[in-house]
Every structure is written in C-alpha cells, then in structure tokens.
Design a protein around this ligand. Structure first.
Ligand code: UDP
Ligand code: MG
Length: 321
C-alpha cells in the first residue's frame, strides 16, 4: 500500500536566523517518519516565504536544491501569517494525503509531528497541537492570550484553548477547509467548524529559537479583532441590549419630566437633559463604530480579492521533475 504523502507547511517572514536549524530538525522528523514507514519518502516541507525582506527566500532556494525533503513557495509580498499559511495549504493540497502546519521559529515541538502522524494513521482527520505549558512565552503574551480565549468562549466562538496553528489535517479535512472562501481568515476558528474525528497532542512550548516575534502588539490586536468580528455578532447584540435599556430609562425620564412640567418646575431639568443627551450621543457613536466594523467586513468580503498571489512555486516544479 502506498504510504501517505505528508506536507509540512511553514510560513516564514524574515526568518533567516532560524531556517538552518528548522530545516535540520524537520528533516530529521521526516527521516524518522520515513524509516518507520509512516509516510511516503517523497514527503516535503513547504516553506512559504511571506514577502521577507532578508535572505529567507535565498535560503529556501538553496535548501530546495540540496535537500530532497525541502521545497518552497514565495509570495509576492507580505500577506500576513494567516495568508501565508493558506497559500501553503493550497499549494500542498493536491499532492498531500495529510498536511501539518507549524511556525518557523521552533517554538512548537517538531517532534510532536510524529504522534500527529500516528493519530492520522489511527483515523483522525484533525490533530491539534496543544501547549502543555507556556512559561517560555512572556507574561504579557500568556495572559493576553488567555484572556482572549476566555472572551471568545463567552461570546460563543469555539476555539481549542492553547492551540495555535500547529496541527495536522487530512486531505478531506483540508479540502473542506479550503472551501471556506472568506476574506477575513481566522484559521484556528474555522478548523473546529470542519467536524471530522479530531484529537489533541500535548507538547511543551519552547522559546523562539532565534530572531524576534513577528507578531507585535499591533498585529496581535488586529488578529484578535478579526477573530471576534469574523465569527460573532455578540458585540452587536450587546449594543442592542444596551440600546433597549437606555430606551427604557429614557421613557422613565420622559414621564418624570412631564410630571415635573405639570407640577410647574420647568426650568430645572436642564442638567438631566444634558446628561441624557450625552449618554445617547455616546451610545450612538459606539454603535456606529461597531456597525462600521461589520460594514467594513462586508466591503472586503464582496470584493472577493485573492488572499495571496504566488510568485514562484518550487514545490510544483520539484514535484513535476
Ligand atoms: N509570519 C508570517 N507572516 C507575518 C508574520 C509572521 O508568515 O506577517 C510567520 C513567522 O515567520 C512564524 C509564524 O508566522 O513562522 C509565527 O510568527 P511568530 O513566531 O513571530 O509569532 P509568535 O510566536 O510570537 O506569536
Ligand atoms: Mg513564535
């Protein structure tokens, strides 16, 4: 029987400092899996260069030439982590029986890929890599992430806690995944929606091997906002509830003002009028802001722009040989 072809998709943005080590470790993993006859010996690593400004692509090309396990795809500019991942998964789809996605920085334990593949052989379509402990991440990162998972859970978005984008997908899970055509891709929110048998593999998260995080606070916030507004209308509902409460209070104030008017105290009330004016004004602004966020999403969605453009595809070339 033919062994499953595994592709390991690795998004890379300015990762020249880690690529040598990452390549070494991933090659070892692929060799081990090949020796144990768990995968097709032709299996590949697909590096996705996400518009890096350093020597990342040069390194990927060199490694493609010298190492039979390595290949790469170069994006025409920086599309962000999720875009790069999507590009890699799409590139891998046709040839692969299963795909693993992992970051380039070796924070996720590459050796966990071995149990991923074992689980795949047991018949699981989705295998989540879950961080056992996170004490190598900064205090700030750990707690903001934890808060985010809690909040997402509250508003009804089902995420796998402590799971980022380190996972295995079978071909049919990947096929379904690629059917999600939305512009605002929040990948880790979509995977649990796929269904199929799934399981978790626990591992310890390491420190970044070298270089700096490519996720500064600004990107983290926009990632979180995308996650929320792509999956949940709870913020709109919360505003709606707030609107209802304010309306009820407004009626109460109206009745009170009328009674005061009939009793004859007319000129007092300027203060309360000012206060309600300000409150209502504030709520309206807030509501417009939230609506704007969703309208912005619709705007992006209807344009249906491609989410990435591949400039070169060494993977395809290599496979055609
Ligand atoms: N990455 C990318 N494009 C970007 C930012 C990041 O492809 O615009 C890649 C990066 O090279 C790494 C992964 O996404 O492989 C995760 O980034 P990083 O490790 O910097 O994030 P952190 O672990 O700090 O959240
Ligand atoms: Mg990292």
């Amino acid at each position: 029987m033919k062994k499953p072809f595994l592709s390991i998709v690795v998004p890379c943005y300015n990762e020249e400092e880690v690529l040598n080590e990452t390549t070494k470790q991933l090659t070892e993993v692929l060799m081990t899996l090949t020796e144990r006859e768990l995968i097709d010996p032709e299996s590949k690593v697909i590096y996705v260069d996400d518009g890096s400004k350093d020597a990342t692509w040069q390194l990927i090309s060199e490694k493609t030439a010298e190492n039979p396990y390595i290949s790469g795809v170069k994006l025409s500019r920086n599309f962000g982590h999720q875009g790069a991942l999507l590009a890699g998964l799409n590139a891998a789809y046709e040839k692969s029986d299963c795909v693993v996605s992992i970051d380039a920085d070796l924070q996720d334990d590459v050796n966990a890929i071995i149990p991923f593949v074992e689980k795949f052989h047991e018949g699981f379509d989705v295998v989540y890599g879950v961080r056992g402990k996170r004490d190598t991440d900064t205090f700030f990162k750990r707690n903001t992430a934890l808060g985010f998972y809690r909040f997402m859970d509250k508003i009804g978005v089902k995420l796998v806690p402590n799971h980022a984008d380190f996972r295995l997908l079978s071909k049919r899970a990947l096929k379904e995944f690629l059917n999600y055509k939305e512009e605002n891709m929040f990948i880790r929110g979509i995977v649990p929606l796929l269904g199929f048998p799934s399981t978790k593999v626990y591992y310890d998260r390491n420190e970044r091997f070298a270089g700096e995080s490519k996720y500064p606070l600004k990107k983290m916030i926009s990632f979180a906002i995308d996650g929320i507004t792509s999956f949940s209308i709870v913020p709109i509902r919360m505003l709606f509830s707030l609107g209802v409460i304010m309306f009820c209070i407004g009626i109460g104030i109206g009745v009170y003002a009328l009674i005061q008017k009939f009793i004859g105290h007319v000129e007092s009330g300027w203060t309360s009028l000012m206060i309600s004016l300000w409150i209502v004004g504030g709520i309206q602004l807030l509501a417009i802001g939230v609506l704007g966020e969703y309208v912005g999403k619709i705007f992006k969605e209807v344009k249906g722009r491609p989410r990435y453009t591949i400039e070169e595809n060494l993977f395809e070339e290599k496979m055609a040989e």
